[in-house]
Design a binder for this molecule. Structure first.
Ligand SMILES: [Zn+2]
Length: 256
C-alpha cells in the first residue's frame, strides 16, 4: 500500500480496522472497506446518496460500457494507478493495474466502490491534496472530474501517463434539445499542463434510452442544477430517447 498519512506524510500501514503511521496517527476503515483520510474540518462533501444511486443504476444499465472498455485497454500494463474523482468506481474497477487507488469526497460513492472492488484501495480524500508519495504512480486518470494539475504532476513517476476524459461537443445533445429551447454544444476543455500530449481520440455512440435511463442520466449531469421544473417534467415524461454519448480521451506523458 502506497498511501501516506495526511498529517505527517509518513507511510501508512493497515492494522486491524485502521491505517496507522509511525507517528501514531490513526484513520478508520469503514465497514464497507474504504478509508477516510480527510482531516479538514471544513464542510466538504461529494455527491449524495440519491445521486450515487441514479448514477450507479445508469452506469450498470450499460450506457457507458464502451468508454469503460476503452479506458481498460488504455491502462493495460499499469503498475500503480490513481483514479482522481473515482465516484462509485465504475471505471476504476476495470482499470488494468497491479494496484488501483480511487479517491473521492463522497462516502456514499466510495462505499459502493469498495464493496464492488475488494482489491482496489478506495479513500476519502481531496484530489487536490492526495495521500500519495511523490512519483509513486505510473498512471493517473481523471474521468469527468476537475483537473488537479499540481498533484497529478507530483504523484506521477517520470514517463508516467495521465488519462483525461471530458465530454465531447455533442455529448448528450439530444437530451439538451428536450430540456432547452436553444441547446448549445459543449466547448472542449483546454488543459493547462506541463505534461506532453501523446494521444487524443474521440469516442461516440448513440444510446437508445428508456424513460428510467433518461431520468438516471439526467441526475448525473450538471443540468440538474440549472433546469426549471417545467423543463425537467418534459424530459421525465419522454418515454424513450436516442442520445449521443461522446467523450474526448487525451493521454499525456510526464517527461523526465
Ligand atoms: Zn502521521
Amino acid at each position: 500500500m502506497k498511501l501516506i498519512c495526511p498529517v505527517c506524510a509518513e507511510p501508512l500501514r493497515k492494522e486491524n480496522k485502521e491505517a496507522v503511521c509511525e507517528n501514531n496517527h490513526h484513520f478508520d476503515y469503514a465497514k464497507s472497506g474504504y478509508l477516510n483520510l480527510l482531516v479538514s474540518n471544513k464542510k466538504v462533501h461529494g455527491d449524495d446518496a440519491a445521486m450515487v444511486k441514479a448514477r450507479t443504476a445508469f452506469l450498470e444499465s450499460g450506457g457507458y460500457t464502451f468508454l469503460r472498455n476503452r479506458l481498460s485497454e488504455l491502462t493495460e500494463g499499469s503498475h500503480v494507478l490513481a483514479d482522481l474523482g473515482c465516484g462509485e468506481g465504475y471505471y476504476t474497477g476495470a482499470f488494468k493495474a497491479e494496484e488501483r487507488y480511487g479517491f473521492d469526497l463522497s462516502r456514499d460513492a466510495l462505499k459502493h466502490a469498495a464493496k464492488k472492488d475488494r482489491e482496489g484501495f478506495y479513500t476519502v480524500a481531496s484530489i487536490f491534496h492526495l495521500p500519495l508519495p511523490d512519483e509513486s504512480c505510473d498512471t493517473a486518470v481523471t474521468c469527468f472530474a476537475p483537473h488537479a494539475k499540481e498533484e497529478i504532476f507530483r504523484i506521477l513517476k517520470p514517463s508516467g501517463i495521465f488519462i483525461f476524459v471530458t465530454p465531447g461537443e455533442r455529448h448528450l445533445f439530444e437530451m439538451k434539445e428536450v430540456l432547452y429551447e436553444h441547446p448549445y454544444e459543449n466547448t472542449p476543455e483546454e488543459l493547462d499542463t506541463q505534461l506532453e500530449l501523446i494521444h487524443s481520440e474521440k469516442l461516440s455512440e448513440v444510446m437508445d434510452l428508456s424513460n428510467e435511463q433518461i431520468r438516471n442520466l439526467f441526475m448525473m449531469t450538471p443540468y440538474v442544477w440549472r433546469t426549471g421544473e417545467a423543463d425537467r417534467k418534459r424530459l421525465y415524461e419522454t418515454p424513450e430517447l436516442n442520445v449521443t454519448a461522446e467523450f474526448i480521451i487525451r493521454v499525456y506523458r510526464k517527461n523526465a
